[in-house]
Design a protein around this ligand. Structure first.
Ligand SMILES: [Zn+2]
Ligand SMILES: [Zn+2]
Length: 140
């Protein structure tokens, strides 16, 4: 069983299976919804998903096209939502507290990725959060 929660810890959920496949979607909608270059997510059967607490704290925005974004009313974290018919559950992986060991990774909509995304492919890597002084120096 894998557990996840939002930033403010009011919404908790669990997934009753291993997560085998994960994906990033780089489309313009997923970039806005996630606030970054892509969302990083998985999809599970609704029967493998269970809310534990905080469903009252979920707000949902739906575009005319049907694209749906659910988020915590209190902290704004993206929250799992139903997709497709019959329903599956979309799971933003950043909410998971347990380690996952996916065996398959996918990229979706690379043709519409942000033009600046490749900067992450030639990155300077830090093992930990740099000091505030170093951050100040980097982002001066
Ligand atoms: Zn929250
Ligand atoms: Zn997308």
């Amino acid at each position: 069983m894998l557990k996840g929660q939002c930033l403010c810890a009011s919404i908790h959920f669990q997934i009753n299976k291993n997560i085998e496949a994960i994906y990033q979607c780089h489309c313009s909608l997923c970039r806005k919804q996630s606030g970054t270059h892509a969302n990083h997510a998985t999809i599970v059967q609704e029967s493998d998903f269970k809310w534990i607490t905080g469903q009252d704290n979920i707000s949902t925005y739906r575009k005319d096209t049907g694209f749906t974004s659910s988020f915590c009313k209190q902290c704004g974290s993206p929250i799992p939502n139903q997709v497709g018919q019959p329903h599956l559950m979309w799971i933003p992986l950043g909410l998971m507290d347990d380690e996952i060991f996916p065996t398959q990774q996918f990229n979706f909509c690379l043709s519409s990725k942000a033009n600046w995304e490749q900067i992450y492919l030639n990155s300077t890597d830090y093992e930990h959060l740099p000091t505030f002084a170093a951050i100040t120096n980097i982002f001066k």
